[in-house]
Design a protein. Structure first.
Lengths: 175, 428
């Protein structure tokens, strides 16, 4: 009998042979809800996963100037990294630069991406309030929301992005 | 020895030249970068007269092969994406050496301690579980050859004018390796899957915690948690210590540094799926969830940057692959698609892997336009460029070679050879 088989039998005994166990080696360690919550940063388009907190465009403008303008330019007009305001119509050509205003289908993508990936040099350093404020600022300067409209877990998923219905699923049978 | 007869226009001999065994009589000419003088006399070189170099613990290629390296789009590590492209024109066979496998890194390669790395599977499962590299290594492992291709590979081919660039610059964001790991279905059996689950959100442990949504259908089909690449642990640029491998699907979905899989009902609409890898169409609508890397081929020898050594017999060689399955057939043309000869396929032909094709060609020194066109076992045919751009569009002016504003180009590539033997990229 191999070591692997022996260790599997030992494991089965340890777990109790009457528990429902799949045919595999069962070497995964169970995770508690608290352990998962500490690591799970996924946001769904319906708002599932959005944390408590909130922010306004005015607050977002200040954070933007401190933490984002270096790459994305003053007023989000673009710099070393892409502009975050404006955008040409998508009928301008297949190479049209994809922007929040002309392309992004879901406002929740803003929160998810800013929180997980920005600022480039220090990802996941922003507080949830700061991320909401930046969402509020970027949506507002793109005239998708009002200039004083605050964003939080209630309001953000309700924002309908201009290009929400602009997509075709390429191979529906693969989903 | 019998005379080798042309089977298509402009001197193309095709695969039958290989099958008839008449090749022994023919001297096949190699391609060169520059005019190199051939050795005139047989003599011992200085390297034969003294003991050689120390044997190294890890092999590196000969320093004479210093040009066989990846090209870098961001060598100084500026705060943007870095691409490293595979030099297809300097390689042969079907798998890519690990040091030359393409890499796209959105914020550098993380230096992950494998002891501390964790893979959590949670969400719509019966038992959320966490795995270490050590525990995954104790599962029954499987190996398979498969290519990985960036959704933006070949993006310069969308240009309205043919960009004069090497096959490395045009098609270098695709590579092929033997991957070894744990089938994802084995792990999902252990977590149990809630019937409501339709997608997995995969997340990496790199700085931007890169995230993509993957249909559960694919996860239960042939997805793998890959731990080894061509026999050794994954390269840092290819996801060390573990990555999601989705054979035949867009490279970016094969999440590197995989640390979390969350089973959900609806896709997350992450940045990369809802923005970067969604393709704008001429109508102004955009394709989302393209997933598949469709049937494709390109000639690697000869190709732009290589030169012919005068009229004579040459081997045309290239790579074909399909995200749908095996390559069924590759046809090669030497007259810009007016006539075609079937190329020989190097066995074994494997599903969703690079397949090397070869055809013999007698170049008479005149102008020629070389093309290859692949079919897969599901009957999908590689489109001509004209067919492709009629549906998918082309740019209004040539884009930067290193960017990829457009995705999923799989049409025919054409190399024109002039009377001097120089190879140019053309649309034909």
């Amino acid at each position: 009998m191999s070591t692997r088989e022996l260790s599997r039998i030992a494991l089965l005994l340890a777990l109790g042979a009457n528990t429902a166990i799949a045919a595999g080696p069962n070497l995964g360690k169970p995770l508690t809800a608290a352990e998962i919550a500490a690591w799970d940063i996924s946001i769904q388009p319906d708002g599932t996963g959005l944390p408590p907190g909130g922010g306004t465009p005015a607050q977002g403008a200040r954070i933007y100037a401190q933490k984002c303008a270096l790459c994305h330019g003053e007023g989000a007009k673009g710099g070393a990294s892409s502009a975050l305001v404006g955008g040409a119509p998508l009928t301008s050509g297949i190479e049209t630069v994809k922007t929040i205003a002309n392309f992004w289908g879901y406002s929740t993508t803003l929160f998810d991406f800013i929180r997980r990936a920005m600022p480039w040099q220090q990802p996941r350093s922003l507080t949830n309030d700061e991320v909401y404020a930046l969402c509020a600022y970027l949506l507002s300067i793109n005239k998708i929301t009002g200039e004083n409209e605050a964003m939080n877990a209630e309001t953000l998923p309700k924002v309908k992005m201009p290009n929400r219905d602009g997509f075709i699923i390429r191979f529906p049978d693969r989903i | 020895m019998g005379k080798i007869e042309a089977v298509a226009g402009n001197g193309l001999l095709g695969r039958r030249a290989f099958l008839r065994g008449s090749l022994a009589a023919a001297a096949v000419t190699g391609y060169t970068f520059t005019k190199s003088a051939s050795a005139e006399t047989l003599a011992d070189g200085p390297w034969s007269k003294v003991p050689g170099e120390l044997v190294a613990p890890y092999n590196l290629p000969s320093h004479f092969e210093k040009n066989a390296v990846r090209t870098l789009s961001n060598p100084k590590g500026e705060p943007r994406t870095s691409h490293a492209r595979t030099p297809h024109h300097l390689l042969n066979g079907t798998f890519t050496p690990n040091g030359l496998h393409f890499t796209i890194s959105h914020a550098g390669n993380p230096d992950i301690d494998p002891e501390q790395h964790r893979l959590a599977i949670h969400g719509l499962v019966k038992r959320p579980l966490v795995f270490t590299l050590d525990t995954l290594s104790r599962y029954p492992l499987v190996s398979r050859m498969t290519f990985v291709e960036c959704g933006g590979n070949s993006a310069p081919m969308f240009s309205n004018e043919p960009i004069q660039a090497s096959v490395q610059a045009l098609h270098g964001l695709a590579s092929c390796a033997e991957w070894t790991g744990v089938p994802l279905s084995t792990l999902l059996e252990e977590t149990g899957v809630d019937p409501k689950a339709k997608w997995l959100v995969a997340e990496g442990a790199d700085a931007p915690a890169l995230s993509r949504s993957v249909p559960l259908k694919k996860a239960l089909d042939d997805a793998m948690i890959a731990l080894y690449q061509n026999g050794e642990r994954l390269m840092p640029g290819n996801g060390y210590p573990m990555r999601l491998l989705l054979p035949g699907y867009e490279g970016n979905m094969n999440v590197k540094y995989l640390r979390r899989l969350k089973l959900v009902e609806e896709p997350a609409m992450s940045y990369y799926e809802s923005r970067t890898y969604s393709q704008i169409l001429p109508s102004g609508k955009a394709y989302r969830f393209f997933f598949l890397q469709e049937v494709k081929s390109f000639i690697t020898q000869p190709s732009h940057g290589l030169a012919m050594k005068g009229p004579g017999l040459y081997e045309i060689s290239g790579i074909a692959y399909s995200g749908t399955g095996r390559i069924a057939k590759v046809m090669v043309s030497a007259d810009g698609g007016a006539s075609w000869a079937q190329a020989a396929l190097q066995e074994p032909v494997q599903s969703k892997a690079f397949t090397r094709f070869r055809a013999l060609w007698r170049w008479d020194g005149g102008p020629a336009v070389l093309q290859s066109r692949a079919w897969d076992e599901a009957g999908n045919v590689q489109p001509t460029r004209a067919q492709f751009v009629a549906e998918r569009g082309e740019t209004r002016k040539p884009p930067a070679v290193q960017g990829f504003p457009n995705q999923h180009f799989n049409a025919i590539t054409s190399w024109a050879i002039d009377a001097k033997g120089e190879v140019k990229h053309v649309y034909a």
